[in-house]
Design a protein around this ligand. Structure first.
Ligand code: ZN
Length: 347
C-alpha cells in the first residue's frame, strides 16, 4: 500500500478521537522556521462522539480557495450537539490550513496541492505531512468520508456530487445511499477503478485505499460564496448524517433527485486573451461547436479566436475568470451517465 505507511506521522493531535463528547483543537504539523524554531501549523479539528455508531470524516479546505464546504463544516461543528448524534464525526474545516488562510488552492508554504499529495509523506513538506496524517491516521478510523470542494478561483460548478461506482454490491449500495441523501442537482459518477488498489493522489484515493466509503462534492466556485449552494451543502450534510442513522432526530425534506453524468473531458483554450463564453452550465454542446471566443484587446485588429468543443454533451463546469491562456480549461463537458463508459476522476 502507501510507501510511507511504515513511517510514523510527526503530526500530533490535541484531540482524543476515542473520547466521548465534543473535542476541539488542532492537528500540530511541525514547521520549524526562522520566526518559530519549535513551531507548528495549526490544522483545526473537531470530533463529536456519542456512543456506538459509524465514524464519518468530513473534510473541507482541502483546497483553500473553496469556501462553501469550509463554512458548512464550521457551522456544523458549532451547532451539532453530541446528544443529537450517534457514532463519531470528525471535522476538518480547513484541511490544508496554510492554503485556506491564504485563500489559495495550494499552500503558500510549499506550493503543495493537498488533493494531489496523497498518500503523502510522514517526513515531507507540510502539505505532504497533512496528506499522510489524513491517509494513515484519520481514514483508518472512518467508515465514511465526505470531501467538500468547489471550482475554486478559476472554475464554477453547479452543486455536484462525485462518486465511484463501488467495488462491491455493498459499496455501490452505500455510495448510492449517500448520493440520494446529499440530493445535489448533479452527480458525476466516475467510471474508472477505485478500490483498495487505487493509485489516485486525492483524498478519495486515500479513502478507497482504506476501504472507506467516500463521496466528494463540487459546490460553486469562482472565488466566492453562493448562498443557495451553501444552503444545499448544509442541507445535504444533515441528510447524509440522517441517512447513516447518525442524526436520528432530523426529518429530511422531500428528495429532489440528482441527474447522473459522467465527464467526457475539458475544452481548452489554445490562445491567450479575454474569454467570452457562449455557453452556460447545463447547456447542450455539439461536437465541434464554437463554445467561446477569445478576444484580443491588445491587438484589436486581430480576429477573435474560436474555441470549439471536441465533445458533444452538456456543460458541467465553466471557467470563472475572464482572462485565459493556452492550456486553461474553459468548460468541462459531460454526458448522461452510462455504466459502460470509461473516463476517470478529476477535481
Ligand atoms: Zn478542490
Amino acid at each position: 500500500m502507501a510507501i510511507s505507511d511504515s513511517v510514523a506521522s510527526l503530526v500530533t493531535s490535541e484531540v482524543d478521537f476515542d473520547a466521548e463528547g465534543r473535542q476541539t483543537g488542532f492537528l500540530r504539523v511541525p514547521h520549524s522556521v526562522n520566526r518559530s524554531a519549535y513551531g507548528w501549523i495549526p490544522v483545526p479539528v473537531v470530533a463529536l462522539k456519542n456512543g456506538p455508531g459509524p465514524t464519518l470524516l468530513l473534510i473541507a479546505g482541502n483546497h483553500g480557495d473553496e469556501y462553501e464546504g469550509q463554512i458548512a463544516l464550521t457551522r456544523l461543528a458549532r451547532n451539532l450537539a453530541c446528544d443529537d448524534i450517534r457514532g463519531r464525526i470528525i471535522l476538518l474545516t480547513a484541511a490544508n490550513f496554510p492554503a485556506a488562510q491564504a485563500a489559495s488552492r495550494t499552500s503558500p508554504i510549499d506550493a503543495g496541492n493537498l488533493n494531489r499529495s496523497f498518500p503523502g509523506d510522514a517526513r515531507g513538506t507540510p502539505t505532504q505531512m497533512i496528506a499522510h496524517y489524513i491517509e494513515a491516521e484519520l481514514m483508518p478510523m472512518a467508515d465514511y468520508a465526505v470531501d467538500l470542494h468547489s471550482g475554486g478561483t478559476s472554475l464554477f460548478y453547479p452543486p455536484t456530487l462525485l462518486r465511484g461506482q463501488g467495488n462491491s454490491p455493498d459499496e455501490t449500495k452505500k455510495l448510492t445511499l449517500l448520493q440520494a441523501a446529499f440530493d445535489l442537482p448533479y452527480s458525476w459518477v466516475f467510471t474508472g477503478p477505485g478500490g483498495r488498489k487505487s493509485t489516485a493522489s486525492t483524498a478519495m484515493g486515500a479513502a478507497n485505499r482504506n476501504g472507506v466509503v467516500c463521496v466528494m462534492a463540487e459546490l460553486g466556485g469562482g472565488g466566492c460564496v453562493t448562498p443557495d449552494i451553501l444552503y444545499q451543502t448544509e442541507r445535504g450534510l444533515r441528510r447524509v448524517l440522517h441517512a447513516l442513522d447518525m442524526l436520528p432526530g432530523y426529518t429530511p425534506d422531500q428528495t429532489r433527485g440528482s441527474r447522473e453524468l459522467n465527464v467526457l473531458g475539458s475544452v481548452y483554450a489554445y490562445d491567450s486573451g479575454l474569454l467570452e463564453p457562449l455557453k452556460g452550465i447545463a447547456d447542450d454542446v455539439a461536437v465541434d461547436e464554437v463554445v467561446a471566443l477569445i478576444h484580443h484587446p491588445d491587438t484589436p485588429w486581430k480576429q477573435a479566436d474560436e474555441v470549439r468543443s471536441p465533445y458533444g454533451g452538456i456543460v458541467l463546469c465553466k471557467r470563472a475568470l475572464g482572462q485565459v491562456e493556452r492550456g486553461d480549461a474553459v468548460f468541462q463537458i459531460a454526458q448522461e451517465f452510462r455504466a459502460s463508459s470509461h473516463k476517470g476522476a478529476g477535481a
